[in-house]
Ligand binder design. Structure first.
Ligand SMILES: *Cc1c(COP(=O)(O)O)cnc(C)c1O
Length: 387
Protein backbone atom coordinates (compact mmCIF):
# COMPACT_ATOMS: atom_id res chain seq x y z
CA UNK A 1 0.00 0.00 0.00
CA UNK A 2 1.40 3.39 -0.83
CA UNK A 3 1.56 5.67 2.17
CA UNK A 4 0.53 9.31 1.85
CA UNK A 5 3.09 11.23 3.95
CA UNK A 6 2.04 14.18 6.11
CA UNK A 7 4.48 16.48 4.34
CA UNK A 8 6.90 16.22 1.45
CA UNK A 9 9.22 18.50 -0.48
CA UNK A 10 8.57 19.30 -4.13
CA UNK A 11 11.81 19.24 -6.13
CA UNK A 12 11.85 20.33 -9.78
CA UNK A 13 14.44 19.85 -12.52
CA UNK A 14 15.15 23.58 -12.16
CA UNK A 15 15.97 23.05 -8.44
CA UNK A 16 18.35 20.23 -9.34
CA UNK A 17 20.03 22.32 -12.06
CA UNK A 18 20.49 25.21 -9.60
CA UNK A 19 22.26 22.93 -7.11
CA UNK A 20 24.42 21.33 -9.81
CA UNK A 21 25.47 24.78 -11.01
CA UNK A 22 26.81 25.59 -7.53
CA UNK A 23 28.66 22.27 -7.37
CA UNK A 24 30.48 23.24 -10.57
CA UNK A 25 31.23 26.76 -9.31
CA UNK A 26 34.04 28.18 -7.18
CA UNK A 27 31.99 28.54 -4.00
CA UNK A 28 30.28 25.79 -2.03
CA UNK A 29 29.88 28.15 0.93
CA UNK A 30 30.21 31.92 1.54
CA UNK A 31 29.56 32.51 -2.15
CA UNK A 32 27.01 34.46 -4.19
CA UNK A 33 24.08 32.03 -3.83
CA UNK A 34 23.64 33.10 -0.20
CA UNK A 35 22.91 36.72 -1.12
CA UNK A 36 20.56 35.60 -3.90
CA UNK A 37 18.55 33.46 -1.50
CA UNK A 38 18.52 36.18 1.16
CA UNK A 39 17.20 38.70 -1.38
CA UNK A 40 14.58 36.26 -2.67
CA UNK A 41 13.10 35.72 0.81
CA UNK A 42 13.55 39.32 1.85
CA UNK A 43 11.92 40.67 -1.31
CA UNK A 44 9.02 38.29 -0.91
CA UNK A 45 8.46 39.25 2.72
CA UNK A 46 8.96 42.96 2.17
CA UNK A 47 11.45 43.28 5.03
CA UNK A 48 14.71 45.27 4.89
CA UNK A 49 17.14 42.43 5.62
CA UNK A 50 17.30 38.67 5.35
CA UNK A 51 20.16 36.74 6.96
CA UNK A 52 20.45 33.08 5.92
CA UNK A 53 21.25 30.69 8.78
CA UNK A 54 22.09 26.97 8.85
CA UNK A 55 18.62 25.98 10.13
CA UNK A 56 15.51 27.43 11.73
CA UNK A 57 16.60 26.53 15.25
CA UNK A 58 19.92 28.37 14.82
CA UNK A 59 17.95 31.34 13.40
CA UNK A 60 15.87 31.43 16.60
CA UNK A 61 19.02 31.13 18.73
CA UNK A 62 20.71 34.05 16.98
CA UNK A 63 17.56 36.18 17.05
CA UNK A 64 17.22 35.75 20.82
CA UNK A 65 20.97 36.30 21.28
CA UNK A 66 20.94 39.44 19.11
CA UNK A 67 18.35 40.97 21.45
CA UNK A 68 20.84 40.58 24.29
CA UNK A 69 18.99 37.84 26.14
CA UNK A 70 21.09 36.18 28.83
CA UNK A 71 21.07 34.77 32.35
CA UNK A 72 18.21 36.04 34.47
CA UNK A 73 16.04 37.04 31.51
CA UNK A 74 12.64 35.52 30.78
CA UNK A 75 11.48 34.46 27.34
CA UNK A 76 7.88 33.41 26.76
CA UNK A 77 6.44 31.32 23.95
CA UNK A 78 3.58 28.97 23.15
CA UNK A 79 3.45 25.44 24.60
CA UNK A 80 2.06 24.14 21.28
CA UNK A 81 5.13 24.38 19.08
CA UNK A 82 8.24 22.50 18.11
CA UNK A 83 10.59 22.51 21.12
CA UNK A 84 13.09 24.76 19.29
CA UNK A 85 10.86 27.82 19.90
CA UNK A 86 11.57 27.43 23.63
CA UNK A 87 15.04 25.85 23.51
CA UNK A 88 16.52 28.93 21.81
CA UNK A 89 16.11 30.94 25.02
CA UNK A 90 17.74 28.24 27.13
CA UNK A 91 20.78 28.24 24.81
CA UNK A 92 21.27 31.84 25.97
CA UNK A 93 20.92 30.96 29.65
CA UNK A 94 17.48 32.56 29.89
CA UNK A 95 14.46 31.12 31.64
CA UNK A 96 11.46 29.98 29.60
CA UNK A 97 7.80 30.29 30.41
CA UNK A 98 4.71 29.61 28.34
CA UNK A 99 1.47 31.41 27.59
CA UNK A 100 -1.48 29.10 27.02
CA UNK A 101 -3.07 28.95 23.59
CA UNK A 102 -6.37 30.25 22.29
CA UNK A 103 -8.63 27.16 22.15
CA UNK A 104 -9.88 28.09 18.66
CA UNK A 105 -6.77 29.02 16.69
CA UNK A 106 -4.30 27.21 19.02
CA UNK A 107 -2.05 30.26 18.69
CA UNK A 108 -0.54 32.04 21.71
CA UNK A 109 -3.58 33.70 23.31
CA UNK A 110 -3.34 37.50 23.59
CA UNK A 111 -5.83 37.65 26.49
CA UNK A 112 -3.86 35.13 28.50
CA UNK A 113 -0.69 36.98 27.57
CA UNK A 114 -2.17 40.26 28.88
CA UNK A 115 -3.24 38.62 32.15
CA UNK A 116 0.14 36.93 32.65
CA UNK A 117 2.03 40.16 31.91
CA UNK A 118 0.09 42.01 34.57
CA UNK A 119 1.06 39.41 37.19
CA UNK A 120 4.66 39.22 35.97
CA UNK A 121 5.05 42.98 36.25
CA UNK A 122 4.12 42.80 39.95
CA UNK A 123 6.44 39.81 40.53
CA UNK A 124 9.39 41.25 38.64
CA UNK A 125 9.34 38.34 36.17
CA UNK A 126 8.39 40.28 33.04
CA UNK A 127 9.64 38.75 29.81
CA UNK A 128 12.40 40.37 27.80
CA UNK A 129 11.24 38.60 24.64
CA UNK A 130 7.99 36.94 23.56
CA UNK A 131 8.07 34.44 20.68
CA UNK A 132 4.64 34.01 19.07
CA UNK A 133 4.52 30.93 16.83
CA UNK A 134 2.24 31.08 13.78
CA UNK A 135 0.81 27.64 14.40
CA UNK A 136 0.09 25.53 11.29
CA UNK A 137 0.78 28.68 9.22
CA UNK A 138 -1.88 31.03 10.60
CA UNK A 139 -0.50 34.25 12.02
CA UNK A 140 -0.95 34.98 15.72
CA UNK A 141 -2.94 38.08 16.71
CA UNK A 142 0.13 40.21 16.04
CA UNK A 143 -1.56 43.61 16.34
CA UNK A 144 -2.56 42.79 19.92
CA UNK A 145 0.73 41.15 20.86
CA UNK A 146 2.59 44.14 19.42
CA UNK A 147 0.41 46.56 21.45
CA UNK A 148 1.21 44.58 24.62
CA UNK A 149 4.89 44.77 23.70
CA UNK A 150 4.61 48.56 23.54
CA UNK A 151 2.85 48.65 26.91
CA UNK A 152 5.13 46.25 28.80
CA UNK A 153 8.40 46.78 26.95
CA UNK A 154 9.18 43.30 25.68
CA UNK A 155 10.69 42.52 22.28
CA UNK A 156 9.04 40.21 19.76
CA UNK A 157 10.43 37.44 17.55
CA UNK A 158 7.85 35.77 15.31
CA UNK A 159 8.53 32.08 14.73
CA UNK A 160 7.22 31.82 11.16
CA UNK A 161 8.57 28.33 10.45
CA UNK A 162 5.03 27.35 9.34
CA UNK A 163 3.87 30.59 7.83
CA UNK A 164 5.90 31.65 4.77
CA UNK A 165 3.34 32.49 2.08
CA UNK A 166 0.73 33.60 4.63
CA UNK A 167 -0.53 37.11 5.34
CA UNK A 168 -1.75 39.15 8.30
CA UNK A 169 -3.95 42.19 7.76
CA UNK A 170 -3.21 41.85 4.04
CA UNK A 171 0.56 42.04 4.50
CA UNK A 172 3.01 39.20 4.12
CA UNK A 173 4.18 37.32 7.18
CA UNK A 174 7.90 37.99 7.52
CA UNK A 175 7.71 41.73 6.91
CA UNK A 176 8.34 42.45 10.62
CA UNK A 177 5.53 45.02 10.86
CA UNK A 178 4.73 43.71 14.36
CA UNK A 179 8.07 42.42 15.56
CA UNK A 180 11.81 42.95 15.81
CA UNK A 181 12.62 39.83 13.82
CA UNK A 182 10.92 36.94 12.09
CA UNK A 183 12.56 33.51 11.89
CA UNK A 184 11.98 31.02 9.06
CA UNK A 185 12.77 27.33 8.54
CA UNK A 186 13.47 25.54 5.27
CA UNK A 187 13.41 21.95 6.51
CA UNK A 188 11.94 19.67 3.78
CA UNK A 189 8.48 19.45 5.37
CA UNK A 190 8.16 23.25 5.54
CA UNK A 191 6.75 25.59 2.88
CA UNK A 192 9.93 25.79 0.80
CA UNK A 193 13.13 23.87 1.43
CA UNK A 194 16.89 24.23 1.26
CA UNK A 195 17.49 20.76 2.77
CA UNK A 196 18.32 22.26 6.14
CA UNK A 197 18.10 26.01 6.43
CA UNK A 198 16.73 29.03 8.17
CA UNK A 199 16.59 32.80 7.93
CA UNK A 200 16.07 35.86 10.07
CA UNK A 201 14.20 38.73 8.43
CA UNK A 202 14.26 42.14 10.10
CA UNK A 203 13.80 45.85 9.38
CA UNK A 204 16.45 46.79 11.94
CA UNK A 205 19.91 47.44 10.43
CA UNK A 206 21.70 46.84 13.71
CA UNK A 207 19.94 43.56 14.49
CA UNK A 208 20.67 42.34 10.95
CA UNK A 209 24.39 42.98 11.34
CA UNK A 210 24.45 41.43 14.82
CA UNK A 211 22.79 38.26 13.51
CA UNK A 212 25.24 38.17 10.56
CA UNK A 213 28.20 38.63 12.93
CA UNK A 214 27.03 35.90 15.32
CA UNK A 215 26.47 33.56 12.37
CA UNK A 216 30.22 33.61 11.66
CA UNK A 217 31.93 33.20 15.06
CA UNK A 218 31.51 36.87 15.99
CA UNK A 219 34.42 37.47 13.58
CA UNK A 220 34.57 40.60 11.44
CA UNK A 221 36.83 41.99 8.74
CA UNK A 222 35.10 45.38 8.88
CA UNK A 223 37.51 47.95 10.44
CA UNK A 224 34.50 49.96 11.62
CA UNK A 225 33.54 47.11 13.98
CA UNK A 226 37.07 46.49 15.30
CA UNK A 227 38.75 47.59 18.50
CA UNK A 228 41.98 49.45 17.77
CA UNK A 229 43.89 49.49 14.50
CA UNK A 230 43.80 46.89 11.75
CA UNK A 231 47.15 45.08 11.37
CA UNK A 232 46.77 44.87 7.60
CA UNK A 233 44.72 43.35 4.80
CA UNK A 234 44.80 39.83 6.39
CA UNK A 235 43.42 41.05 9.67
CA UNK A 236 40.20 39.99 11.34
CA UNK A 237 38.91 40.24 14.87
CA UNK A 238 36.60 38.15 16.96
CA UNK A 239 34.63 40.88 18.70
CA UNK A 240 32.23 38.60 20.52
CA UNK A 241 31.52 34.90 20.95
CA UNK A 242 29.57 33.66 17.94
CA UNK A 243 28.95 30.39 16.13
CA UNK A 244 29.37 28.72 12.78
CA UNK A 245 25.72 28.84 11.75
CA UNK A 246 26.35 29.44 8.04
CA UNK A 247 24.25 28.02 5.27
CA UNK A 248 26.09 26.49 2.29
CA UNK A 249 25.69 27.83 -1.24
CA UNK A 250 24.38 24.39 -2.20
CA UNK A 251 21.47 24.89 0.19
CA UNK A 252 20.98 28.54 -0.74
CA UNK A 253 20.79 27.70 -4.46
CA UNK A 254 18.06 25.16 -3.74
CA UNK A 255 16.23 27.65 -1.52
CA UNK A 256 16.43 30.47 -4.10
CA UNK A 257 15.13 28.15 -6.81
CA UNK A 258 12.27 27.02 -4.55
CA UNK A 259 11.34 30.66 -3.87
CA UNK A 260 10.36 31.04 -7.54
CA UNK A 261 7.53 28.55 -6.84
CA UNK A 262 6.45 29.84 -3.43
CA UNK A 263 3.38 31.53 -4.90
CA UNK A 264 2.18 28.32 -6.55
CA UNK A 265 3.02 26.21 -3.47
CA UNK A 266 0.99 28.56 -1.27
CA UNK A 267 -1.94 28.58 -3.70
CA UNK A 268 -2.04 24.79 -3.85
CA UNK A 269 -1.86 24.51 -0.05
CA UNK A 270 -4.86 26.86 0.19
CA UNK A 271 -6.78 24.70 -2.30
CA UNK A 272 -6.05 21.53 -0.35
CA UNK A 273 -7.15 23.28 2.85
CA UNK A 274 -10.52 24.19 1.30
CA UNK A 275 -11.03 20.61 0.14
CA UNK A 276 -10.29 19.45 3.70
CA UNK A 277 -12.68 22.09 5.08
CA UNK A 278 -15.49 20.59 3.02
CA UNK A 279 -14.59 17.06 4.14
CA UNK A 280 -14.34 18.03 7.82
CA UNK A 281 -17.77 19.70 7.72
CA UNK A 282 -19.39 16.29 7.08
CA UNK A 283 -17.55 14.43 9.86
CA UNK A 284 -17.53 14.60 13.69
CA UNK A 285 -14.37 16.73 13.64
CA UNK A 286 -13.36 20.35 13.90
CA UNK A 287 -10.73 22.31 12.03
CA UNK A 288 -8.80 25.08 13.78
CA UNK A 289 -10.64 28.40 14.02
CA UNK A 290 -9.75 30.98 11.36
CA UNK A 291 -8.76 34.48 12.25
CA UNK A 292 -10.37 36.70 9.59
CA UNK A 293 -7.27 38.93 9.77
CA UNK A 294 -4.99 36.11 8.61
CA UNK A 295 -4.48 34.00 5.52
CA UNK A 296 -2.62 30.88 6.59
CA UNK A 297 0.55 29.63 4.92
CA UNK A 298 -0.96 26.15 5.51
CA UNK A 299 2.15 24.27 6.57
CA UNK A 300 -0.18 21.85 8.36
CA UNK A 301 -3.86 20.97 8.41
CA UNK A 302 -5.00 19.85 11.85
CA UNK A 303 -8.22 18.25 12.91
CA UNK A 304 -9.62 17.96 16.42
CA UNK A 305 -11.68 14.91 17.21
CA UNK A 306 -14.99 15.27 18.94
CA UNK A 307 -14.07 12.55 21.42
CA UNK A 308 -17.43 12.61 23.20
CA UNK A 309 -19.49 11.84 20.12
CA UNK A 310 -17.20 9.39 18.32
CA UNK A 311 -16.68 6.99 21.28
CA UNK A 312 -13.16 6.24 20.01
CA UNK A 313 -9.85 7.33 21.39
CA UNK A 314 -7.49 9.57 19.46
CA UNK A 315 -5.05 6.67 19.43
CA UNK A 316 -7.61 4.35 17.78
CA UNK A 317 -8.42 6.91 15.11
CA UNK A 318 -4.72 7.62 14.54
CA UNK A 319 -3.83 3.94 14.25
CA UNK A 320 -6.75 3.28 11.91
CA UNK A 321 -5.59 6.11 9.63
CA UNK A 322 -2.01 4.84 9.63
CA UNK A 323 -3.28 1.32 8.87
CA UNK A 324 -5.12 2.77 5.88
CA UNK A 325 -1.89 4.28 4.56
CA UNK A 326 -2.55 7.84 5.68
CA UNK A 327 0.69 9.22 7.13
CA UNK A 328 -0.94 11.24 9.86
CA UNK A 329 1.04 12.84 12.66
CA UNK A 330 0.54 14.77 15.89
CA UNK A 331 1.71 18.38 16.24
CA UNK A 332 2.64 18.96 18.96
CA UNK A 333 3.24 17.27 22.26
CA UNK A 334 3.07 20.34 24.54
CA UNK A 335 6.65 21.48 25.15
CA UNK A 336 6.13 21.88 28.91
CA UNK A 337 5.28 18.15 29.17
CA UNK A 338 8.64 17.07 27.76
CA UNK A 339 10.82 15.44 30.45
CA UNK A 340 13.54 18.02 29.88
CA UNK A 341 10.99 20.76 30.71
CA UNK A 342 9.41 18.83 33.59
CA UNK A 343 12.87 18.96 35.17
CA UNK A 344 12.59 22.76 35.09
CA UNK A 345 9.40 22.54 37.16
CA UNK A 346 6.66 22.41 34.52
CA UNK A 347 3.83 20.00 35.22
CA UNK A 348 0.62 18.75 33.60
CA UNK A 349 -2.29 21.09 34.27
CA UNK A 350 -0.30 24.31 33.86
CA UNK A 351 -1.54 25.08 30.34
CA UNK A 352 -4.94 23.36 30.09
CA UNK A 353 -5.96 24.58 26.61
CA UNK A 354 -2.70 23.29 25.14
CA UNK A 355 -3.10 19.97 26.93
CA UNK A 356 -6.74 19.59 25.83
CA UNK A 357 -5.75 20.33 22.24
CA UNK A 358 -3.01 17.72 22.40
CA UNK A 359 -5.50 15.04 23.49
CA UNK A 360 -7.72 15.61 20.44
CA UNK A 361 -5.46 16.59 17.55
CA UNK A 362 -4.31 14.78 14.42
CA UNK A 363 -2.30 16.30 11.58
CA UNK A 364 -3.49 15.35 8.10
CA UNK A 365 -1.21 15.08 5.05
CA UNK A 366 -0.59 18.45 3.39
CA UNK A 367 1.92 19.18 0.62
CA UNK A 368 1.65 20.90 -2.77
CA UNK A 369 1.97 17.73 -4.88
CA UNK A 370 -1.11 16.17 -3.23
CA UNK A 371 -3.86 15.48 -5.75
CA UNK A 372 -7.55 16.15 -5.14
CA UNK A 373 -8.00 12.35 -5.11
CA UNK A 374 -5.50 12.13 -2.24
CA UNK A 375 -7.69 14.45 -0.19
CA UNK A 376 -10.68 12.28 -1.03
CA UNK A 377 -8.70 9.24 0.07
CA UNK A 378 -7.99 10.93 3.42
CA UNK A 379 -11.68 11.84 3.76
CA UNK A 380 -12.79 8.23 3.21
CA UNK A 381 -10.16 6.94 5.62
CA UNK A 382 -11.28 9.46 8.25
CA UNK A 383 -14.89 8.46 7.79
CA UNK A 384 -13.98 4.81 8.34
CA UNK A 385 -11.72 5.65 11.29
CA UNK A 386 -14.34 7.57 13.26
CA UNK A 387 -17.25 5.25 12.40
C1 LIG B 1 10.64 23.41 12.13
C2 LIG B 1 10.45 24.39 13.21
C3 LIG B 1 11.50 25.04 13.84
C4 LIG B 1 12.95 24.66 13.64
O1 LIG B 1 13.37 24.68 12.36
P1 LIG B 1 14.60 23.74 11.88
O2 LIG B 1 14.94 24.33 10.55
O3 LIG B 1 14.07 22.36 11.80
O4 LIG B 1 15.68 23.88 12.87
C5 LIG B 1 11.22 26.02 14.77
N1 LIG B 1 9.97 26.33 15.09
C6 LIG B 1 8.92 25.70 14.54
C7 LIG B 1 7.55 26.11 14.94
C8 LIG B 1 9.13 24.70 13.60
O5 LIG B 1 8.08 24.07 13.07
Amino acid sequence: MNVLPYGRQSISEQDIAAVVEVLRSDFLTQGPAIGRFESAVNDWCGSRHGVAISNGTAALHLAVKALGVGHGDWVWTSPITFTASANCARYCGARVDFVDVDPGTVNLCPDRLAAKLEIAEKNGTSPKVVIPVHFAGQSCAMDRIHALGQKYGFRIIEDAAHALGGTYLNERVGNCRWSDMVTHSFHPVKIITSGEGGMVTTNDDELASRVALLRTHGITRDPALMEGESHGPWYYQQVELGYNYRMTDIQAALGASQMTRLESFAARRREIASLYDAAVASLPLHALARDPKAVSGWHLYMIRLDLKTIRKTRREVFESLRAQGIGVNVHYIPVHLQPDYARLGFTAGMFPEAEQYYEECITLPMFPAMADEDVERVRRALQAAVD
